[in-house]
Unconditional design. Structure first.
Length: 127
C-alpha cells in the first residue's frame, strides 16, 4: 500500500498575508540598515573632524612653545650682554611686556581653534 504524500494547501489569503508580512519586515530591515549606515557615517565624519582639530591644536601649541623658548633664549642673550643693572631691568621689563601680549594672543588662538574643533565635531558650522 502506497501512502499519499501529505497534501497541504495554503489558502491564498494566508499566502498573501505571509508575503505581505515578509515584505514589510524586509522594508523595516532595509530602513534600519540605512539608518545605521547613516549614523556610522555621521559618527566617522565627526570623529575625523575632532581628530583634525586636535592635531591643529597640538601643532599650534608646539609652535607656540618653540616661539616662547626661542624668545627666552633671546632674553638670556640680551641679559648676558647688558652693560649695567638698569639695562638688565629695561630688557627684562620689555621682555615681560612683550611676552604677556604674545601669550594672550596665543591663548586666544588656541581658544578659537578649540571652539571651532568642538563646533565642527558637534556638527555645527564654523564661524
Amino acid at each position: 500500500m502506497t501512502q499519499k504524500p501529505f497534501d497541504f494547501a495554503v489558502p491564498p489569503e494566508m499566502r498573501a498575508l505571509a508575503e505581505k508580512s515578509v515584505e514589510q519586515a524586509r522594508k523595516a530591515f532595509d530602513g534600519f540598515v540605512s539608518a545605521a549606515g547613516q549614523a556610522a557615517s555621521t559618527f566617522e565624519q565627526k570623529a575625523n573632524a575632532a581628530r583634525a582639530g586636535a592635531q591643529d591644536v597640538t601643532q599650534k601649541a608646539m609652535s607656540f612653545a618653540e616661539q616662547n623658548v626661542a624668545s627666552s633664549f633671546d632674553l638670556a642673550q640680551k641679559l648676558m650682554t647688558a652693560k649695567d643693572i638698569n639695562e638688565v631691568v629695561q630688557v627684562h621689563s620689555e621682555y615681560v611686556r612683550k611676552q604677556m601680549d604674545i601669550l594672550a594672543e596665543q591663548a586666544r588662538e588656541l581658544g578659537q581653534t578649540a571652539t571651532r574643533m568642538g563646533a565642527e565635531s558637534a556638527g555645527a558650522k564654523p564661524r
